[in-house]
Design a protein around this ligand. Structure first.
Ligand code: CU
Length: 135
């Protein structure tokens, strides 16, 4: 924390100002260090028989962009971007699910009960496209 923020923190009102400043400041000044979710390392095609799968949102892309799962699998999207990157969504083209905005570090899970080929994209970045193939 910078020296300039120490004095205003003596009053509760100034604490609120300091908190607001922390939200918008750069990584090195953030109060708590950002930790990339552990699930980012799990993104990929699930092993046979798995009922959990993870898709990373990273570099303005879904990884893997097409994931193949068995019916009954829960797919979790996790935003693995650096903390200063805009939020992403996982939004089904057919309306089956919509994560809403996921900030870096946030997750959204959807369970696929039946077979199908489900395309999806990121609402604010329509060039981010993916598919879940449920067999
Ligand atoms: Cu996006």
């Amino acid at each position: 924390m910078s020296r300039a923020l120490v004095l205003p923190m003596v009053s509760l009102a100034a604490l609120g100002v300091a908190a607001a400043a922390a939200v918008s400041c750069s990584k090195k000044d953030a109060a708590a260090p950002y930790e990339r979710p552990a699930e980012c390392a799990l993104a990929g095609q699930p092993a046979a028989g798995a009922r959990q799968a993870w898709v990373a949102m990273h570099g303005f892309a879904f990884s893997p962009d097409t994931i193949r799962v068995a019916a009954g699998t829960t797919v979790t999207w996790v935003n693995c971007e650096d903390p200063n990157i805009d939020p992403h969504t996982s939004t089904a083209s057919g309306g089956e699910w919509d994560s809403g905005y996921l900030r870096p570090g946030e997750k959204y899970a959807h369970t696929f009960a039946g077979a199908g080929n489900f395309g999806y994209s990121c609402t604010p970045h329509p060039f981010m496209r993916g598919a879940v193939v449920v067999q």
